[in-house]
Design a protein around this ligand. Sequence first.
Ligand code: ADP
Length: 215
Amino acid sequence: VSHELRTPITPIKGYADLLRRRGDGLPAQKRTKALDVIADRAAHLSRLVEDLLLASRISGDQEPVRSLVISETELTALVTRAIEDFSADADRLRYTSGPPVRVDCDPTRVIQVLTNLVANALKYSPGTSVVRLGVTVRGDRGCVEVRDQGRGIPADELEQVFEKFHRVEDPMVMSTSGTGLGLYVARHLARGMGGDLTVDSVLGQGSVFTLHLPL
Ligand code: ADP
């Protein structure tokens, strides 16, 4: 976590310093790049801090998340909203919005969970593969599936990925960055809304994460 928190600070400080010292003389393209990096890294830091704060508030798995604001919400619109943030990877995302599905949830938190699942699906699969999203109704639940064609998760770690700080990566190799907090927080939020977050995966072929919410 300390590594993840420190890493974005270096480019933020470096580019801010560059803009302060030489901003006026820089070509517009370089200035825009510097501002984009600062904004992107700051957004990343802020997500990390949010996850850390939330994780530190979650003391036991049964404890509901007190800050949730539940309302009746249309789920397909939330999926559309969540994937808007991935414009840079739009060509890898597949989602066709179907008939409306009304669920009880905290819309801000659902977007947070979906953003996390889509970011993971993109991060843990080859850059050329596609990520498919779908909304279905199963019994008394509205569900969002996020399906990737990535590295998959070993069968004996399928539940562990929802534990605090758990990462499948070998810490000595670490080909991707992350804190291992995202899914822990995401499942807690899903359960706090009366739903759940589950996973199916085949190692080497891909994973399907499903967010379940009460209709
Ligand atoms: P982070 O991505 O920051 O490590 P998460 O809690 O979101 O933390 O995920 C925990 C771990 O679960 C990841 O480190 C990764 O090993 C595994 N994981 C999550 N999503 C996927 C996915 N779509 N495909 C393969 N592995 C995944």
